[in-house]
Design a protein around this ligand. Structure first.
Ligand SMILES: Cc1cc2nc3c(=O)[nH]c(=O)nc-3n(C[C@H](O)[C@H](O)[C@H](O)COP(=O)(O)OP(=O)(O)OC[C@H]3O[C@@H](n4cnc5c(N)ncnc54)[C@H](O)[C@@H]3O)c2cc1C
Length: 482
């Protein structure tokens, strides 16, 4: 779909045929296109990226009559990380399985759930609710030794497990203290420093806490040590106080499907699919920008960058952004998250009666985490979802008929340096007309932080009555700080 107010150019193909002549003509062609820019019409916003960050920005701006919103997505589908596939579950019936993100707990995902409800994407009936049980097993010996299991009651029959449950609750309370503080006290503190100060038995730290934290981020134990504790707690302290049967909400139709549906509801937004933006160029007027995309070159007044930091750097490196902002984007390192959807029971602990929703198997260097999807709902049958660090195990699965789907994702690494760089970028985007709305740019990298980052950006671009409209519709937006 292309919009009336869009500069669409066919010059790319002409360049290819007669490069030298068109190189000469290039500046003149721009001069022909530029007057279009200064017509004093609606403000034009260019959003780069159609994951939750970009889509939620578009969803907020869709309600503003004064804006022309253009969204550029590199792929042929919206959703970014959120990808839902159909797989055969119990009785060969097709079920929706999220390869990427899949859960949205009520407390921590308030804004995400609210905007989805506003656009009629889902209601109370659309979620599976289940206790988020966790099992941690050691793979050091031939058998799987259970280190921790919650909230299965049979696990409390032994003194060791009861004592571990109390320790876990102490660990959770300490994490919550960091979560609810304004983080200043924990600025720059790494997981390794924090674990040293935690007054819990060392064996428990080693056998339960470390595997739990490594599984949340899908990283090795050595990588875990340098992670910023204030960033990390935001990935798991999302639903309030520790409770044995803490509920998890899983979107039945899938998070990926939900985002595709959201895109379909945004009638005012002009979508450019299969249209990767390769370059953002500051205009000679010093105010607007030219977006070089796979489908042409477009002039916009404000740019919203809703892609990962590394992708953002490569788009912006030839723009007039201050070098320290570009450097901060370039310095943010990423980690690989390889996800497999499969039916291989070998990824579960052997004693089936101990299986939980999240099964964390520990070896010397790190963890393999397997979700048992039929814990969510019986209709999933024997479909499993694993983060597999071991290259040999990955290879084995790849050549097996038990593999259903595979995808490697990238997450920024939440180190203390990353948190500092992110602060820097946020401060910059408060003042300028290049804004960052990827989920990473808010408090953590989740679907809800994508909506928060989108709101932090969109509220600066919209009319004040549209802003009031949204804070009436979703009151919690009022409390989101910059
Ligand atoms: C395995 C896994 C499980 C997760 N589980 C959960 C969960 O259960 N709950 C939860 O809330 N979060 C979860 N997350 C985190 C969540 O997926 C991310 O926080 C969120 O999807 C990031 O959204 P985003 O819009 O910032 O980026 P993305 O989803 O990565 O979207 C960026 C988009 O930009 C596009 N793009 C990139 N470069 C360009 C370009 N040059 N031009 C145009 N388009 C471009 C990409 O194609 C992509 O569509 C999980 C993540 C992973 C990997």
């Amino acid at each position: 779909m292309t919009g009336r107010s869009v500069l669409k150019s066919t010059r790319t193909s002409l360049f290819c045929r007669k490069k030298s002549v068109y190189e000469l003509l290039f500046p003149m062609i721009w001069l022909l296109l530029l007057p279009y820019e200064a017509s004093g019409k609606n403000k034009r916003i260019g959003i780069i990226g159609g994951g939750i960050g970009g889509l939620a920005t578009a969803a907020f701006l869709n309600e503003d009559p004064d804006l022309d919103v253009l969204l550029f997505e590199a792929e042929d589908h919206l959703g970014g990380n959120a990808i839902t596939i159909q797989a055969k579950g119990k009785d060969q019936k097709l079920v929706s399985v999220d390869v990427g993100p899949q859960y949205a707990c009520e407390k921590g995902w308030a804004e995400y759930l609210a905007i989805m409800k506003y656009y009629g994407i889902f209601d109370e009936e659309s979620v599976h609710t289940m206790p988020g049980s966790i099992g941690i097993f050691s793979k050091m010996s031939n058998r799987d030794d259970m280190a921790f299991l919650s909230p299965r009651w049979n696990s409390f029959l032994k003194w060791k497990h009861m004592a571990n449950a109390v320790r876990f609750s102490h660990f959770y309370d300490s994490s919550r203290k960091i979560y609810t503080s304004d983080n200043k006290d924990y600025d720059g503190e790494t997981v390794s420093q924090w674990l040293q100060t935690l007054r819990i038995q060392n064996a428990f730290k080693q056998n339960v806490i470390q595997p739990f934290l490594a599984s949340i981020l899908g990283i090795s134990f050595s990588e875990l040590q340098g992670i910023a504790v204030s960033g990390l707690v935001k990935y798991f302290v999302f639903s309030g106080e520790w409770y044995w049967r803490k509920p998890l909400n899983i979107i039945k139709k899938g998070m990926g499907t939900s985002l595709v549906e959201l895109g379909e509801k945004l009638h005012k937004v002009h979508f450019f699919m299969r249209s990767p933006v390769s370059r953002v160029e500051s205009h000679s007027d010093g105010k607007s920008f030219l977006l070089h995309s796979g489908t042409g070159i477009y002039s916009v007044d404000e740019v919203v960058v809703a892609v990962h930091p590394k992708a953002a750097y490569s788009l912006l490196k030839s723009s007039s952004l201050p070098s320290e902002v570009l450097q901060a984007l370039q310095d943010m390192s990423e980690r690989e998250v390889p996800i497999f959807i499969h039916r291989d029971q070998d990824f579960l602990p052997r004693k089936s009666r101990f299986q939980s929703f999240l099964n964390i198997r520990v070896d010397k260097t790190g963890v393999t985490t397997t979700m048992k999807l039929n814990e969510i709902d019986a209709s999933y049958g024997d479909i499993l979802k694993s983060w597999i660090p071991d290259i040999g195990e990955r290879e084995k699965l790849r050549s097996s008929p038990l593999l259903i789907a595979e995808k490697t994702f990238f997450h920024p690494k939440v180190t203390p340096e990353y948190i500092k760089a992110r602060e820097h970028i946020r401060k910059y985007s408060l003042k300028e007309n290049v804004h960052f709305a990827g989920a990473w740019s808010a408090y953590a990298d989740t679907q809800n932080s994508g909506v928060v980052a989108a709101w932090q950006t969109a509220r600066r671009l919209m009319r004040s009555d549209t802003k009031e409209f949204w804070t009436r519709e979703i009151p919690s937006l009022k409390h989101i700080a910059d």
